[in-house]
Design a protein around this ligand. Structure first.
Ligand code: SF4
Length: 186
């Protein structure tokens, strides 16, 4: 069993104060990054072109990948919520917002404890309607970029790390990631 560093313990203890489901630690080298992820965003996601936290307005893909790779390690966690109907987009958006809220709270708590880390999530849900692309982001300090915007092939990573992305038909699972270095304590 891996012995956790001080920074890992801080992240684990902080995250476990919230209702997360599964989690794991890994090395950033284990993450498959690909600029092709944006193609999936473009073809499959309604947020493409409508969010400052998602492609293509989130910034340059290679810059995002390089920024993620600056960190040596990651903490990946999920939240799982039961819903009446997992095909109900409104219900799923509500669950996604709750997941984002948990991620933001963990981020706020960690700011008190760690000098440098980087949080990625499912994409920003702060505003009911994102200002993108017509107006600037209303709350850049609260914005959480999506893992896909950073070229992360999330389902592949989840599967490789042995986490579960499905708990049955009436459940919704979302993931967030904290990138960090083991020595960066405050
Ligand atoms: S804070 Fe609001 S405007 Fe900014 S990315 Fe999030 S939803 Fe869009």
């Amino acid at each position: 069993m891996e012995i956790l560093s001080d920074v890992q313990k801080i992240i684990e203890e902080t995250a476990l104060e919230y209702p997360i489901c599964e989690y794991c630690f890994g090395d950033t080298k284990q993450i498959s990054f690909s600029d092709k992820v944006w193609f999936i965003c473009k073809t499959d996601c309604e947020r493409y072109g409508h969010s400052w936290a998602c492609p293509p307005y989130c910034g340059d893909i290679q810059e995002k990948i390089n920024n993620s790779k600056k960190y040596e390690h990651f903490f990946l966690f999920s939240t799982v919520t039961e819903v009446e109907n997992a095909w109900d987009a409104k219900a799923c958006l509500k669950v996604k917002s709750a997941h984002e809220e948990i991620t933001r709270k963990i981020q706020t708590d960690l700011k008190e404890k760690l000098a440098d880390f980087y949080v990625l999530s499912t994409g920003c849900t702060t505003c009911e309607q994102c200002a993108c692309p017509e107006k600037p982001c209303r709350h850049p300090e609260q914005r959480l970029s999506s893992m896909e915007s950073h070229g992360i092939v999330i389902l592949q990573l989840v599967s490789e790390m042995g986490l579960c992305y499905s708990f049955g038909n009436n459940t919704v699972v979302y993931f967030s990631m904290i990138l960090f270095d083991k020595k960066e304590r405050r």
